[in-house]
Design a binder for this molecule. Structure first.
Ligand SMILES: Nc1nc2c(c(=O)[nH]1)N[C@H]1C(S)=C(S)[C@@H](COP(=O)(O)OP(=O)(O)OC[C@H]3O[C@@H](n4cnc5c(=O)[nH]c(N)nc54)[C@H](O)[C@@H]3O)O[C@H]1N2
Ligand SMILES: Nc1nc2c(c(=O)[nH]1)N[C@H]1C(S)=C(S)[C@@H](COP(=O)(O)OP(=O)(O)OC[C@H]3O[C@@H](n4cnc5c(=O)[nH]c(N)nc54)[C@H](O)[C@@H]3O)O[C@H]1N2
Ligand code: SF4
Ligand SMILES: [Mo]
Length: 734
C-alpha cells in the first residue's frame, strides 16, 4: 500500500498538560543551553524544551537536558539536615540551626586545635556563580582556611594553568561562532558528540557549510573521530611530543607567522631550539603517529587562513596536562591563530559552571582572576569586603588532590564537601577511603543524601539543585546565563546560597562583612569588582542576561551606558586591539621537553586503562542514575575491549571480566568493539566503586590534576559469572 502525503501520521507529542514554561539554563555540561521547564496546572515540572531564540542551542537540547525536569522529584534527594557523632552510626534528623551550629563549632574547634589550615573546604563547578562568590567571601574573609579548592582541579586545572602560563590569565579566548570562520579544526582528546552534544551540532553545522578539515587526536575511535577527516590514534599521554613535532615541521617549512610572533610574543628562540629535537621520524616512535601524517597535519593547520584548536580531558587529565595546553597555545601563537575569527585555542570546559568557579570562587585566588600573591589584589578585595588584608594568605593553599594527601598524612582533620563526590571521582579509591575514615569531622552538602561521600559525613546538609535556585552560570565561550527557580527544593532542603549565608552569620557575629541575601544583589556587587578587568561584567544585570538568553563577557558598564547592546555571539579575547595579561602585554612561547613519567603497560599489567564518559550519564550518576530515560542506555559498568584481545583472553561479548591494577580490582561487562586498540580498554567512570578503584592518577606538576586517562591493568576471566553479575548489580546501586 502506498502512503500518500495526507495519510502519513504526524508525530504526536504526549500532552503533559503544561500550562506555563519557565526559563533556566541547563545544569549539566558547560555548553550552556537555554531551557524552558514546563509546569502543569498543579505547578509540577513535567517537561523540558530548548529555547529557540538562544544563540547557544537555538531550540535544541541533548539527552540529558530533555529529561532534566525529572531531577526535581528523583529518588535519594536529601530532605532534612542529618547528624551523627561517628560516621558509621545511624543518621539522626536535626534542625537547620543544630546542623549549622555543629558545622561552625567543628570548624572553629579543629582550627583552634590544629591550626587554621587544618580544616579544608572543597567545592565544585556545579553551583551558581553568586553561590561561589559568597562561599569564597565566607572562606577567605571569615573562616580563614587556605586549604580551599574545587573539583575543578580534577577537570579544568590544566587548562587554567596552561592559559596562565601562555597568556598571563585564565579565560578561554574563543567562541562557538569561530567554527563558522575556521579553515581547520584540531580536536585534542575531546569527544564532543557525547560530552558537549550541542557544541558538536554547532561545529558540524558550520563544517557542512564551509567544509573545513576536522582532525581528531584521540587513542579511541570516538564518535567525533568517526566524523573526522583525519583521526590520529595517539599513544596515550604523548600529545606534547606530537605538538612539538608539528611545530618542528611548521618552522622547518617556514609556515609560521613571523610578523605575529614578533609583535605579540616572547620566547621564540628557546621554543625553536626545543622543537628542533622533535623531527617527525623520532617523534613518530614516541607518539605513534607516522611521519607523513605529522607533516600533513602541520601543513594543513599552518596554511589555513584561520585555524582553531579545541581540547578537553584527553589533554587536561595527564601528567603533561598543563604542558599540553601550553603546547596548543604555542601552536596557535606561532601561526597567529589567537583572537581572530576562526583562529583560537578554545578549552572546552566540563561542568555547567566550571567557568563561574574559575572566575569567582576564590578557590585558587581572589574574585575575578585576582591572585593572592599580588598585594594590590589582596588590598582591593579586603577593602571591598571590609576585612583585614593581613587575614588573607599570601599564596594559594593546597589543591583538592593535595588536600586528600594531607588528610591521609593526618595534617587535615576536618572537611566540608560541597556538591562534589570524591569517593567516586578521585583516583585510587582505596586511598581516598582511608583519608575520609581518618577525619575528625566531615560535612557533606549535596542535593542527594545517598552519595558515596556522604557515608563518611558527620553532618549532612540537604541542598537544592539547578533550577530550584537563583543565579547565573558561565559556559565554555564565557557566556553568562541565568538560572531561575522553577520549583522549590524538596522538604526542608535549601538553596546553597541560603546555606552559605546562614553559615556566614555564625562567623560574622559583629556583622562586619556584608552578605547580601539575594543573588541579584550579589551579582551587582560582583559587577562592581569586575570593572576594568579582563572578565568585566559590570554592564550586565540578571534581567539583561535573561532577556538576551546569555551574554558573553566582557560587557562593561561603559558599553551599557553608551547604549551598546551586548553582541549575540562571537566575542573574542586577545584581538588585535587588546593585549595579553602578562606584565609586558605579550604572550609567552614556552619550550616543552617531554618527560615520560606515566604508568605504562608492562608484562604484569599489559593493558592501558582509559577512562571517560558516555552521553547518557553524568559523572557518579547521582542524577542520571535515577532518571530512567538516561539510565536505561547503560545501567551497568562495561568496558570497550578490542575483539582481538577478547578472543585472545577467551572472553565472550556480555561476559563479566575482572580488571586488576596495582591499586585494586573491579568488575565490568565486556563489550567487544573496534573503537579501542588491542592494548587498551575504555571504562566509563560513571559507575559506583569501579573505574577509580583502578586508576593511579599521578598529578601534573603545574596544575595538580590527576592523569585519569593513563593507568596499566590486566584482565582476568571470571569463572563464576553469576557472582560477577551480582557484584555488578551492586555497583549499579540504583
Ligand atoms: N554526557 C556527559 N557529558 C559531560 C560530562 C558527563 O559526565 N557526561 N561531564 C562534563 C565534564 S565535567 C567534562 S570535564 C567533559 C569531558 O569531556 P571529554 O574530555 O570530551 O570526555 P572524556 O570521555 O572524559 O575524554 C575525552 C577523550 O579523551 C581521550 N583520551 C584519553 N587519553 C588520551 C590521550 O592521551 N590523548 C588524547 N589526545 N586523548 C586522550 C579518551 O579516549 C576520550 O575519548 O564532559 C562534560 N560533559
Ligand atoms: N576515572 C575518572 N575519574 C574522573 C574523571 C575521569 O574522566 N575519569 N573526570 C573527572 C572530572 S573532569 C570531574 S569534573 C569530576 C567530577 O567529580 P564530582 O564532582 O565528584 O562529580 P559529580 O558526581 O557530578 O558530583 C557532584 C555532586 O554534587 C551534587 N550536586 C549537584 N548539584 C548540586 C547543587 O546544586 N548543590 C549541591 N549542594 N550539590 C549538588 C551531586 O549530587 C553530586 O553528588 O570527576 C573526575 N573523575
Ligand atoms: S549539551 Fe550540555 S548544556 Fe546542552 S542540554 Fe546537553 S547537557 Fe545540557
Ligand atoms: Mo570535568
Amino acid at each position: 500500500m502506498l502512503f500518500g502525503r495526507g495519510r502519513k501520521n504526524p508525530i504526536k507529542l504526549a500532552d503533559k498538560g503544561v500550562v506555563e514554561w519557565k526559563y533556566a539554563a541547563c545544569g549539566y555540561c558547560s555548553t550552556g543551553c537555554s531551557i524552558e521547564v514546563g509546569l502543569n496546572a498543579e505547578g509540577t515540572p513535567v517537561s523540558s524544551r530548548g529555547v529557540a531564540d538562544a544563540d547557544v542551542n537555538r531550540g535544541k537540547l541533548c539527552l540529558k537536558g530533555i529529561f532534566e525536569h525529572e531531577l526535581f522529584s528523583s529518588a535519594g534527594r536529601g530532605t532534612r539536615p542529618l547528624l551523627r557523632e561517628r560516621w558509621h552510626e545511624e543518621w539522626r534528623p536535626a534542625s537547620w540551626d543544630t546542623a549549622l551550629d555543629k558545622l561552625h563549632d567543628e570548624i572553629r574547634r579543629i582550627q583552634a586545635r590544629h591550626g587554621p589550615d587544618s580544616f579544608a573546604i572543597i567545592s565544585t563547578g556545579q553551583l551558581l556563580t553568586e553561590e561561589f562568590y559568597t562561599l569564597g567571601k565566607l572562606t577567605r574573609g571569615l573562616i580563614g582556611s587556605n586549604n580551599y579548592d574545587g573539583n575543578t582541579t580534577l577537570c579544568m586545572a590544566s587548562a587554567v594553568s596552561g592559559y596562565k602560563r601562555s597568556f598571563g590569565s585564565d579565560g578561554p579566548p574563543g567562541s562557538y561562532e569561530d567554527f563558522e570562520h575556521t579553515g581547520c579544526l584540531i580536536a585534542w582528546g575531546s569527544n564532543l558528540p557525547e560530552q558537549h552534544p550541542i557544541i558538536y551540532w554547532r561545529m558540524k553545522e558550520a563544517q557542512e557549510k564551509t567544509g573545513f578539515p576536522l582532525i581528531v587526536v584521540d587513542p579511541r575511535v570516538t564518535m567525533l573521530a568517526q566524523n573526522a577527516n583525519m583521526h590520529l590514534a595517539i599513544t596515550p599521554g604523548t600529545d606534547v611530543v606530537l605538538m612539538n613535532a608539528l611545530m618542528h615541521v611548521i618552522f622547518k617549512e617556514n609556515l609560521h607567522d613571523q610578523r605575529y610572533i614578533d609583535a605579540n610574543t616572547n620566547g621564540i628562540e628557546a621554543l625553536r631550539a626545543e622543537v628542533e629535537k622533535y623531527d617527525p621520524v623520532s617523534a613518530a616512535k614516541i607518539c605513534g603517529i607516522d611521519e607523513d601524517t605529522i607533516r600533513v597535519v602541520a601543513r594543513t593547520f599552518a596554511r589555513a587562513p584561520a585555524a582553531m584548536q579545541i581540547w578537553t580531558m584527553g589533554i587536561n587529565q595527564s601528567t603533561h596536562g598543563s604542558d599540553g595546553v601550553v603546547g596548543i597555545n604555542n601552536l596557535a601563537l606561532i601561526t597567529g591563530n589567537i583572537g581572530k575569527p576562526g583562529g583560537t585555542s578554545l578549552s572546552i570546559t566540563g561542568q555547567c559552571n566550571a567557568m563561574g568557579t574559575r572566575e569567582w570562587s576564590s578557590c585558587s585566588g581572589l574574585p575575578n582572576y585576582r591572585y593572592l600573591e599580588v598585594p594590590e589584589h589582596r588590598a582591593e578585595i579586603a577593602q571591598a569586603w571590609n576585612v583585614d588584608p593581613e587575614f588573607f594568605p599570601k599564596k594559594r593553599g593546597m589543591t583538592q588532590t593535595d588536600i586528600y594527601q594531607a588528610m591521609e598524612a593526618g595534617q587535615i582533620k576536618g572537611l566540608w564537601l560541597i556538591a562534589t563526590n570524591p569517593m567516586s571521582s578521585l583516583p585510587n579509591t582505596a586511598r581516598i577511603r582511608r583519608a575520609m575514615e581518618q577525619l575528625e569531622f566531615c560535612c557533606v552538602q549535596d542535593c542527594y543524601q545517598d552519595t558515596e561521600s556522604a557515608q563518611y559525613a558527620h553532618v549532612f546538609l540537604p541542598a537544592g539543585t539547578w533550577a530550584e535556585k537563583d543565579g547565573v552560570m558561565t559556559n565554555t565561550e564565557r557566556r553568562i546565563s541565568r538560572v531561575k527557580p522553577v520549583t522549590l527544593p524538596p522538604g526542608e532542603a535549601k538553596p546553597d546560597l541560603w546555606v552559605f549565608n546562614r553559615v556566614a552569620e555564625r562567623f560574622n557575629k559583629d556583622g562586619k562583612v556584608t552578605f547580601p541575601e539575594t543573588a541579584g544583589e550579589i551579582f551587582l556587587e560582583m559587577g562592581r569588582l569586575s570593572r576594568g578587568r579582563l572578565a568585566d561584567i559590570s554592564g550586565m544585570t540578571h534581567e539583561l542576561i535573561e532577556q538576551k538568553r546569555g551574554i558573553q563577557w566582557p560587557y562593561t558598564a561603559a558599553q551599557a551606558a553608551r547604549g551598546e547592546a551586548p553582541p549575540r555571539g562571537g566575542k573574542r579575547l586577545y584581538t588585535a586591539d587588546t593585549t595579553f595579561s602578562h606584565a609586558d602585554g605579550r604572550a609567552k612561547l614556552i619550550p616543552l621537553p617531554f618527560i615520560d613519567n606515566n604508568e605504562v603497560p608492562d608484562e604484569k599489567f599489559p593493558i592501558w586503562l582509559n577512562t571517560g564518559r558516555l552521553i547518557e550519564h553524568w559523572h557518579g550518576r547521582t542524577k542520571t542514575g535515577k532518571i530512567g530515560n538516561n539510565n536505561k542506555f547503560s545501567p551497568i559498568p562495561f568496558i570497550e575491549i578490542n575483539p582481538a584481545l577478547a578472543a585472545e583472553l577467551g572472553i565472550q561479548r556480555g561476559e563479566y571480566v575482572r580488571m586488576v591494577s596495582r591499586r585494586g580490582d573491579a568488575v565490568a561487562m565486556a563489550q567487544p568493539t573496534q573503537r579501542v586498540p588491542k592494548n587498551m580498554v575504555f571504562l566509563p567512570f560513571h559507575f559506583h566503586d569501579c573505574a577509580n578503584r583502578l586508576t593511579l592518577g599521578l598529578l601534573d606538576p603545574h596544575s595538580r590534576q590527576p592523569a585519569y586517562k593513563q593507568s596499566a591493568i590486566r584482565i582476568e576471566k571470571i569463572a563464576d559469572q553469576k557472582a560477577a553479575a551480582m557484584l555488578s548489580m551492586e555497583m549499579r546501586k540504583f
